[in-house]
Every structure is written in C-alpha cells, then in structure tokens.
Design a protein around this ligand. Structure first.
Ligand code: NAP
Length: 276
C-alpha cells in the first residue's frame, strides 16, 4: 500500500498563501506521494482541526494568522525558541501521535542571508534592526543565535524597550528617528517594519552616510525591490530581498513531514516571484 503523506497550511483567510506553490513544487520535484493544501480554519475550529492532525490524518503543516499564538495551547510540546519568539508556525505529528510546534521564521531569515550573502555574519560588529513587531522577534532570536550585537529602533520606542527586556542579551534600543545616527555604525541593516509595502519609504533615512560594506536587507517582499533596497543598490551597497526568507522558512517543515531536505533554487524563486 502506498502511504500518502498529507500536509497543510491553516489560516483564516488562507487563499492568498504562497505556501502550497512552494511545497507543491518540492513534492513534484522529489516525486513524493504526498500533498500540501491550504485549509481555511476559523478560530473556533482550531482545536477540532488539531485533533484531526493528532489522529493521523496529516503528517503536519504550517500555521499562519490568526492561529500562531492560539496553537501553543494545543501542542503537546513546543520548541523553546518558538516560545521565545511567541509564535508557532510549523506543526509536526510524531509517530506516537504527539504534536510538536516550532517556529521556522528565524531559520528562514538565516537561510536567506547564508545563501545570498555568504559570510554575512563574520566580523559583524553590530546589526541594526528596524521594527519591533512579530517578525522582528524571530529576527532578533536569529541574530542572537549567531552572537551578533543588535541596535533595535522602533517608531514606538516603548515596544522596542519591552521586546529587548523580554529577550535579554546585547540589544541597544532607540526610536526610529535615531536611524541616521545608528545606521553608520552597522554592518547589516534589516527592515522588519511594514514600511516598503506598496512602495512606502522611510522618508528621513539618509543612506548616504552608510559604510560602503553595509549589507541591507528587507523582509518585505511585495514589492520585491522595496524603496529601501532600491536606494541601497543605487549607492552600490549589497542587498538581499525578503522573498528568500519566505522560501527558506518552508525548508524545515517540508523535511520534517516528507523526509527530504528540499533546496531553494533559482527556478523555485522565479516561480514564486511570478506570483508577486
Ligand atoms: P507587525 O507585528 O504588525 O509589526 C509592524 C512593525 O512595523 C512595527 O514595528 C511597527 O511599529 C512598524 N511600522 C508600521 N508602520 C510603520 C510606519 N509607517 N513607520 C514606521 N514603522 C512602522 O508586523 P510583522 O508581522 O512584524 O510584519 C512586518 C512585515 O514583515 C510585513 O510587511 C510582513 O509581510 C513582513 N514579513 C515577511 C516575512 C518573510 O518571510 N519575508 C515574514 C514575516 C513578515 P510600531 O510598533 O510603532 O507600530
């Protein structure tokens, strides 16, 4: 008998998710007898859905908005880094039926830079993180896993303050209007705010003072080249866009459900880019 492994992404709404295209491409590429489908699950349906997973209908799946926090209570175990980040985005059903939750966003961030800017974390004195929302938490954890000191600036300074106290470690905080003083100190600048979406920009950020070896990355990927990245490229600075983070965060889940570690190839990237 052929055992078909099934995986999912649940959210509410879910129809705009690109995850089925990413995982579907890998399933086809590796000739796996399996499926990955987007399923709309309303908040009050979440416990019943997780029970279907526990009963063995699926190998696991991804969890997105609005379930990333609520699903904690339904897991049998949660990875400590997911607890620190405060969100579970990947579930795996173990052979004994126990459900393990973890967070792959920080791995996606690291995988993207490792692939597209190899050596980025060597001799890095400090990284500048703009924004202190949900995505920033995963990125701060990622940077700390590579022992990189951080300057964290946020429009609402109190939010940055709270986040830095929760995480501990070497994080200097400030308000976003201090960006022109902080940026020339940093070898890596990461935008984790939603600025950049729909072509919006940081009006007062003067990139002209940055060191010539600064690497600039944005996690916003619609548009793929945000105004921040366009400005950095115009000055000859190295840049990495945010699409790679989305692709790389999918790798650990796929490996856990289907037993094959997939690759983020140029062809896959082009396929997803065509949908942006
Ligand atoms: P979030 O929790 O809502 O946080 C939004 C952040 O942006 C906050 O720090 C907020 O500052 C700041 N912000 C919003 N509008 C601003 C403005 N006009 N000027 C300055 N700062 C502003 O959102 P999130 O979940 O962290 O997501 C942030 C972005 O990352 C989204 O565009 C999302 O699509 C993208 N993302 C990409 C990936 C990927 O795989 N590439 C993964 C996750 C998220 P305040 O605290 O002052 O409000």
């Amino acid at each position: 008998m052929i055992h078909v492994k099934k995986a999912f992404v649940i959210g509410h709404p879910i129809k705009h998710s690109r995850s089925p295209l990413i995982h579907g491409s890998w399933i086809a590429e590796h000739g796996i007898e399996g499926s990955y489908e987007a399923i709309d699950v309303a908040p009050d349906e979440l416990p019943a859905f997780v029970e279907r997973l526990r009963q063995g209908e699926f190998a696991g799946g991804n969890v997105t908005i609005p379930h990333k926090e609520a699903v904690f209570a339904l897991c049998d175990s949660v990875d400590p880094l997911a607890t620190t980040i405060g969100a579970v985005n990947t579930l795996v059903r173990r052979s004994d039926g126990q459900i393990h939750g973890f967070n792959t966003d920080y791995m996606g961030f690291l995988g993207n830079l490792d692939q597209n800017a190899p050596g980025w974390d060597q001799n890095l004195e400090v990284a500048l993180v703009l924004g202190a929302g949900g995505a920033a938490r995963a990125i701060l954890v990622a940077l700390q896993s590579r022992s990189i000191p951080i300057i964290l600036l946020n429009r609402t300074r109190a939010t940055a303050d709270r986040l830095a106290s929760e995480l501990g470690g070497d994080i200097t905080i400030g308000a976003l209007d201090e960006v022109n003083e902080a940026a020339p100190l940093a070898g890596l600048i990461i935008n984790t705010t939603s600025v950049g979406m729909h072509g919006s920009r940081f009006e007062d950020f003067d990139l002209g003072e940055l060191r010539p070896d600064t690497l600039v990355t944005d996690i916003v990927y619609v548009p793929l080249v945000t105004p921040l990245l366009a400005d950095a490229r115009a000055l000859g600075l190295r840049t990495v866009d945010g699409l790679g983070m989305l692709l790389h965060q999918a790798v650990p889940g796929f490996e856990a459900w289907f037993g094959v570690r997939p690759e983020v190839t140029q062809a896959l990237r082009a396929k997803i880019e065509a949908t942006l």
